[in-house]
Design a protein around this ligand. Structure first.
Ligand SMILES: O=C(O)CCC(=O)C(=O)O
Length: 262
């Protein structure tokens, strides 16, 4: 499975610019000889962290995101892990991940569960309650959003359903970028899964973002990482046989003792 990580900048509150830019970068990601099977976007790429503008700018029921990305997926025969967008569902705001299969079907609709108080997300956004499990070209996978990676118990809950790939979309700021790398490597090792993680770049008011998008294998090795702290498309081929091999050598999932964990 070939993945393309779309590390982009986001213009705060400007949905028109952001949709056009994401589409343009997705087209660029496909303009190579061996086309990727999956495109992956960062967190909140429709509005950035313009939380005070949610009532005007959040995508109502994800309608615009779905319209644009369903068409793109179908037309280009490509899966899209659409990072996350700000949505308005029945008057409440969410930070929502959609995943589109090659035929344009929506196969995941996940609202970020852990809201990041340091960026006041919890004041404006409601927390999700549903899981995030889907099959991408028949491979079981999960997708989470930014701060979620600090909650290994939540990721384990998802990954224990058989997921072989964990997609992570983020707006993870510069000062804690080392933690981003270590947490992602730990999540790959403990879940013996590929981690495909996309962070944005650029500045927004008080925060700066420097990418470091990366793919990590089930042993925790970095397969590839963005070369720059600017916009970039990063490609990787995932050898999914590695997941079964690693899980076969140390059967972590079989050795769990969930009856002792509560
Ligand atoms: O956990 C962190 O340090 C960053 C989290 C974050 O920025 C977010 O969830 O939006």
């Amino acid at each position: 499975m070939k993945v393309a990580l779309i590390q982009i900048d986001i213009k705060r509150g400007d949905t028109e610019v952001n949709y056009a830019h994401a589409l343009e970068m997705m087209r660029q990601a496909l303009a190579i000889e061996k086309k990727p099977d999956v495109l992956v976007l960062p967190e909140m790429w429709n509005i950035g962290y313009a939380l005070k503008q949610l009532s005007q700018k959040a995508d109502v029921d994800g309608t615009e995101t779905k319209r644009i990305l369903q068409e793109f997926a179908q037309k280009n025969d490509v899966n899209i892990v659409a990072g996350s967008v700000a949505t308005n569902k029945a008057g409440k705001f969410y930070n929502t991940n959609y995943v589109f299969s090659r035929n344009g079907q929506i196969i995941n609709d996940y609202d970020k569960v852990h809201l990041f108080g340091l960026m006041q997300e919890d004041r404006f956004i409601s927390s999700g309650t549903q899981r995030s499990n889907f099959n991408l070209d028949e491979i079981p996978a999960s997708a989470v959003i930014c701060y979620d990676i600090r909650f290994p118990e939540w990721l384990r809950t998802l990954m224990a359903q058989g997921s072989q790939i964990l997609f992570v979309s983020a707006q993870w700021p510069v000062p804690r970028i080392k933690q981003w790398e270590i947490l992602l490597q730990a999540r790959a090792i403990e879940n013996q899964a590929y981690v495909v993680a996309v962070n944005r770049v650029g500045d927004e008011r008080r925060d700066s973002f420097n990418g470091h998008s990366m793919v990590i294998d089930p042993l925790g090795n970095i397969v590839v990482q963005a070369k720059s702290e600017a916009e970039e498309i990063v490609y990787a081929d995932l050898d999914l046989e590695q997941v079964a091999k690693v899980r076969g050598v140390i059967p972590v999932f079989n050795d769990r003792r969930p009856e002792l964990y509560r």
